[in-house]
Design a protein around this ligand. Structure first.
Ligand SMILES: Nc1ncnc2c1ncn2[C@@H]1O[C@H](COP(=O)(O)OP(=O)(O)O)[C@@H](O)[C@H]1O
Ligand SMILES: [Mg+2]
Length: 256
C-alpha cells in the first residue's frame, strides 16, 4: 500500500519542553488510523503539525511523497488535508449551510485561482460541496439553523462537515465524539465509518469502544513519542501499552 501521509523524525518543542519528539509515522491511502494516548501525550500537537496549524521544530512531513513541512495550512487544505477543528472553525452567527459554503469556497478558491472568469461554475461547485457535506453528516434537518444555536452533538458533526466541504483526501478528526451521549457517539461512529470508505481518516479519540471497533490500525503516543503501532488486537494485547495507557484510559473514562 502507498503511504498518503508520512512523517520522519517529526518534533515540536515549546521552549525546552518537547511535546512531540522523533515521530516516524506512515498512513496508507484509504486507511482508518487511530492515534491514542494519555492526556498530554502530544496527540493534538501532532495533528496540528500535520494540518499546518502549528509549525514544526524538527523533522519533515510528506504528502504523497512531497515534502509539505513548510506549506501553510491553507495550501494543505487545497492539497486535500483537512482537520476538524473542535468547533473553533465554526462561525456561530452563520447557519450550518453558510458555514459549509465558506469552507467549500476556501477549497474551490484554491483550485480555481487562475480561472476567475469561471465564477458561475465555481459557485455551483461550492453549493454542491456544501450540500453533500451536510447530507453526509446528516445535518440536512438543521441546514438553516444558526450554528451557535445547535446542540452539542450537531455542532461536533458540523465541525466534520466543514472539514469535508473542503473535499479532503485525508480527514483529521480530533476527539469527534467528545462530550456526546452514547447514542450520539454511536451514530457519529457510523458516519465516520461511512466516510472512511471513501477517504483516509486519522482519528484521535478516548472512546475505546469506538477506536477498537472502527480502526484498521492504531498508533499509541506517550510523552510525545510513538510507543507502539499495530492492529486493534495487537494494541490491546501489548503489555507496554497497557502499562502506559491505563492512567490515561481511566482518566478519559472519568471525563466521559
Ligand atoms: N502552545 C503550547 N504551549 C506550551 N505547551 C503546549 C502548547 N500546546 C501543547 N502544549 C503541551 O504539550 C503537551 C501535549 O499537548 P497536546 O498535544 O494537547 O496533548 P494531547 O492532545 O495528547 O492531550 C502538553 O503537556 C501540553 O501542555
Ligand atoms: Mg488533545
Amino acid at each position: 500500500m502507498t503511504a498518503i501521509l508520512e512523517t520522519k523524525g517529526l518534533g515540536k518543542s515549546f521552549g525546552r519542553f518537547a511535546a512531540n519528539a522523533d515521530i516516524d509515522f506512515s498512513v496508507a491511502q484509504g486507511e482508518l488510523r487511530a492515534v491514542i494516548g494519555p492526556n498530554g501525550a502530544g496527540k493534538t500537537t501532532f495533528f496540528n503539525m500535520l494540518s499546518g496549524t502549528t509549525d514544526v521544530t524538527s523533522g519533515a512531513i510528506f504528502f504523497k511523497g512531497c515534502d509539505i513541512t513548510r506549506l501553510s495550512g491553507t495550501r494543505r487544505v487545497h492539497l486535500g488535508i483537512a482537520k476538524a477543528f473542535q468547533t473553533a472553525n465554526i462561525y456561530p452567527e452563520q447557519t450550518v449551510l453558510q458555514n459549509c459554503r465558506l469552507a467549500a469556497l476556501a477549497h474551490t478558491q484554491g483550485a480555481f485561482a487562475l480561472e476567475v472568469f469561471r465564477r458561475s461554475d465555481r459557485l455551483t461547485d461550492v453549493d454542491a460541496l456544501a450540500e453533500r457535506a451536510i447530507e453526509q453528516l446528516e445535518l440536512s434537518g438543521v441546514a438553516g439553523v444558526r450554528s451557535g444555536d445547535l446542540a452539542h452533538g450537531d455542532k461536533k458533526r458540523l465541525d466534520i462537515a466543514i472539514a469535508l466541504a473542503t473535499k479532503p483526501e485525508i480527514l483529521l478528526l480530533d476527539e469527534p465524539v467528545a462530550g456526546m451521549s452514547r447514542d450520539e457517539a454511536r451514530k457519529t461512529e457510523a458516519l465516520i465509518r461511512k466516510l472512511a470508505s471513501s477517504m483516509t481518516v486519522l482519528i484521535i479519540e478516548h472512546d475505546m469502544d469506538l477506536i477498537m471497533g472502527i480502526s484498521d490500525s492504531i498508533t499509541v503516543l506517550e510523552s510525545g513519542s510513538v510507543l507502539a503501532n499495530g492492529t486493534p488486537a495487537e494494541i490491546r494485547a501489548n503489555g507496554r501499552v497497557q502499562d502506559a495507557y491505563l492512567g490515561g484510559h481511566s482518566e478519559a473514562e472519568i471525563e466521559s
